[in-house]
Design a protein around this ligand. Structure first.
Ligand code: ZN
Ligand code: ZN
Length: 351
């Protein structure tokens, strides 16, 4: 089945108006900033005049319609629905603003708009070989960039190091998959630290959370390095986090409950006395978005299946002292899992 067929199969309606740009890309190949897909037995792709050439190249197997001066999306959409005899259409409730919803209601008289959630996202959970290969390539290139930049880093601010890493990624990939985190010393106690105009202390602790995109697909990795002056407690924390990571990765296999993988990591840190300092969930799926479904969270009801690509990223954050997070990406396979991260997890800087 094609991606579009899989979504229609799950939908339970005759048509879905896909408006989230990432979902549109997934279903059509279109990478522009403005495009919509009426997903139906005979789908139609809509975009504006800026994308005539690009959409002709990228969207080859779907009827394309361009709105420009004088015609609105709802005009073309209304006609497409009428031509197909469709009177009920799903909308992506998580991606449509109240204003857009009102425009659709006003412009599509006689059409019932049905709220749907995560229909495309649930199909996106299962990555095919090509998608996995893009994620792997993004990860390999990120690892090379991190090793190169750290070896050559002459010292400077956290933001300088983040910029060097970003330049390296922009040279070899489509660019970073999220804002790179570089946190030195006690600043690493903030799980989502923003790089500051403050010096990196290579003798203390350094946390880097980084990923890149290749063909639209994201990678995600965190490494924490401990210099000779890192607080003693951080070595204990590092060992506990590494043990949690190893236990979590070993629990990743088809049939495992996402909540259980979270618990495996959390239990290791709780036993080490750091449970209350592990303040986020254990991991998330990656794909065209950096955070996708499912998640390794205590409340998750999802079960792992082959083709899912998940991060495992336990962390412990001690205010005023520092933080350690180690993050790998795992592919769930038919009989277990493959770790897509090759960079050593150790605490010493690449040499
Ligand atoms: Zn990360
Ligand atoms: Zn992550």
């Amino acid at each position: 089945m094609t991606r579009r067929e899989k979504v229609l199969d799950k939908l339970g309606e005759d048509a879905l108006l896909v408006t989230d740009p990432v979902n549109v890309r997934y279903l059509t190949g279109f990478t522009g900033s403005n495009g919509q897909l009426l997903l139906a037995k005979e789908s139609v792709f809509f975009t504006d005049g800026r994308y005539i050439t690009q959409s002709a190249e990228q969207v080859r197997d779907v009827d394309r319609q361009i709105y420009s001066q004088g015609s609105k999306l709802t005009d073309l959409l209304g006609k497409a629905l009428a031509d197909r005899g469709i009177t009920r259409v799903g909308v992506e409730a998580s991606h449509v603003t109240l204003a857009t919803m009102q425009r659709l209601r006003d412009g599509l008289s006689g059409i019932e708009l049905v709220e749907t959630t995560d229909v495309v996202e649930k199909v996106r959970m299962y990555k095919d070989e090509k998608e996995v290969s893009a994620i792997k390539t993004a990860q390999r290139r990120t690892e090379a960039a991190v090793a190169d930049v750290l070896r050559g880093f002459a010292g400077g601010m956290e933001s300088d190091l983040a910029i060097e890493l970003e330049v390296a990624l922009r040279t070899t990939t489509d660019g970073p998959s999220f804002d790179i985190i570089v946190a030195s010393g006690a600043h690493a106690a903030l799980p989502h630290a923003h790089p500051r105009r403050e010096p990196v202390d290579m003798q203390n602790l350094l946390l880097i959370d980084i990923g890149s995109k290749v063909d639209g697909y994201c990678s995600d990795m965190t490494r924490t390095f401990l210099g000779p002056n890192a607080p003693d407690e951080m070595r204990k924390v590092f060992d506990a986090v590494l043990e949690a990571l190893e236990a979590g990765c070993a629990a990743v296999k088809p049939g495992a409950r996402c909540a259980d993988v979270d618990k495996v990591c959390r239990d290791v840190l709780t036993d080490a006395g750091y449970g209350e300092y592990f303040t986020h969930s254990t991991g998330h799926a990656v794909g065209l978005d950096i955070h996708e479904m499912p998640a390794f969270a205590p409340s998750s009801e999802d079960v792992l299946e082959p083709g899912m690509v998940m991060t495992v990223e336990p962390g412990v954050y001690l205010e005023g002292v520092g933080g350690v997070r180690i993050e790998d990406m795992m592919l769930v396979t038919g009989d277990g899992a493959e770790n897509l991260t090759a960079m050593p997890r150790g605490s010493s800087l690449p040499s």
